[in-house]
Design a protein around this ligand. Structure first.
Ligand code: ASP
Ligand code: MG
Length: 456
């Protein structure tokens, strides 16, 4: 039953950066809230571009002039929105923005004197702190009773800056006390991405973490629905930039969507579905630009469970092969390899093994300039075995249902691309996917061909 009794279907609505990028975008989102009174808790990202500016600002050795430019660029983004509001509202809001940006300037100065992960998170949090204040006023400007809420009152985390872990129990009890009572007669607007540790320091949940924040909040307040509003009309059969044959999926199961989020469909933060699945909260993904087009429903049970649902592509994969004759009939070899990887905080994606060698793949975070597999990692692994590292690979994941029990999977997938070198295949662990690696240069044409043959 709803904790908030005045409404039939309590919904948490999350708006991503492009949805709150400028005044027109915010206004569209405000109307989405106004048109469905079930939307009571709103979680926002920073306005598009702001977090990237803040990331730059938080780096070591940023010159004071550049710091000033960054702060001014952020001010411009926000003030371009507030100028569309009533004069008195705008002037009060601009004062708040200015004082936040003064604080930000101070933090940037602190960071340039002594760099720390703690200050980094304090800096990164300003984007959401600004956009949530501005969006509250945009809602009020179209007569929605809206109130700003500081998520740090409820989103308590550990002190792992940059990827803080949320205390889910505390989130539930704090939300019941401080947040739920407010939802009865108001729309509450709060921040994604940020939290607070037990000493009161600001933390962040990792880039793109607002989706995850929204899902955690939906779980905490026992919501009936979670809506993720973004700039695409839902989850597609594959990346529409690769083939114009890609189409939006109306309904998809949690299991399939989780595979897609993990294997490269950049639409949802991969952790988003964990709370949703745990509490069976259906998730809607749609475009705030064209809400009338509908979007994708992600839920536990869907009407159709096709063998092939979608194809995801993840670039910049690294393949590490470790080889040791000592592995033959020996136990504990893999444990040693994984201990080294764990020590370096490396998370393995795919694994295949042969008699004396094991191939492992790793996802390089996009945009990173250096390989995840550093010389230090290789040196340590070389104490145990021969090591080879290959770059320039892409991971193709075919996602669907019953892939471990259906017949002819291999043929229908691989005959279409029989002129391509397949570097590694992983199949069998999940009924929802079959993955393989191809050369970066082949990736787009592989996806296009597969999409044509599996979906047309
Ligand atoms: N603003 C943060 C980012 O850009 C969090 C988010 O948008 O989800 O990563
Ligand atoms: Mg996002």
């Amino acid at each position: 039953m709803n904790l908030v009794q005045s409404i039939s279907s309590l919904t948490v609505a999350k708006f991503g950066g492009t949805s709150v990028a400028d005044f027109q975008a915010m206004l569209r989102c405000a109307n989405i809230i106004k048109n469905d009174t079930n939307n009571r808790l709103v979680v926002v990202s920073a306005s598009a571009g702001v977090t990237n500016y803040l990331v730059r600002l938080s780096q070591e050795n940023v010159a004071v002039d550049e710091q000033k430019d960054i702060v001014e660029n952020i001010r411009t983004i926000q003030v371009n929105i507030t100028q569309h509001l009533a004069k008195d509202v705008a002037s009060e809001l601009n004062q708040e923005i200015n004082s936040l940006l003064d604080e930000l300037t101070q933090q940037a100065l602190t960071q340039s004197l002594q760099f720390s992960r703690k200050t980094t998170d304090a800096i990164l949090a300003f984007g959401e702190q600004l956009s949530s204040r501005v969006f509250t006023q945009v809602l009020q400007s179209i007569n929605v009773a809206a109130e700003y809420f500081n998520v740090q009152q409820v989103m308590k985390t550990n002190s792992l800056y940059g990827k803080a872990v949320v205390d889910i129990k505390l989130l539930a009890t704090q939300s019941a006390q401080l947040l739920v009572p407010k939802l009865h007669d108001k729309v509450i607007v709060t921040q994604g991405f940020i939290g607070q540790d037990s000493q009161g320091h600001t933390t962040t949940l990792g880039r793109g973490g607002s989706d995850y924040s929204a899902a955690l909040l939906a779980e905490a307040i026992n919501a009936d629905n979670l809506s993720i509003w973004t700039d695409v009309e839902g989850i597609f059969t594959t990346d529409p930039r690769i083939t114009d044959q890609a189409r939006a999926i109306k309904e998809i199961s949690f299991g399939e969507a989780a595979e897609m989020a993990t294997f490269g469909a950049k639409i949802l933060h991969p952790a988003t579905l964990i709370p949703a699945m745990r509490c069976n909260i259906p998730v809607f993904v749609g475009s705030s630009k064209e809400p009338e087009k509908g979007g994708t429903q992600i839920k536990q049970k869907v009407d159709s469970n096709p063998t092939y649902r979608s194809i995801a592509l993840r670039r910049e994969q690294t393949l590490v092969t470790v080889k040791s004759p000592a592995m033959l009939h020996a136990s504990g070899f893999l444990a040693k390899v994984f201990t080294v990887l764990a020590k370096h905080d490396l998370s393995v994606d795919l694994i295949t093994t042969s008699e004396i060698s094991v191939a492992l793949t790793f996802d390089n975070p996009s945009g990173s300039t250096q390989s995840l597999i550093t010389n230090a990692v290789v040196t340590e692994l070389e104490q145990l075995c021969e090591v080879s590292v290959e770059h320039g690979l892409s991971l193709v994941a075919v996602i669907g249902n019953g892939l471990t029990s259906a017949k002819g999977i291999g043929q229908s997938i691989f005959q279409t691309i029989n002129d391509i070198n397949i570097r590694l295949i992983c199949h069998g662990a999940s009924a929802n996917n079959i993955c393989f690696l191809v050369a970066e240069a082949d990736a787009n044409s592989v996806v296009e061909k597969l999409h044509n043959s599996l979906f047309s």
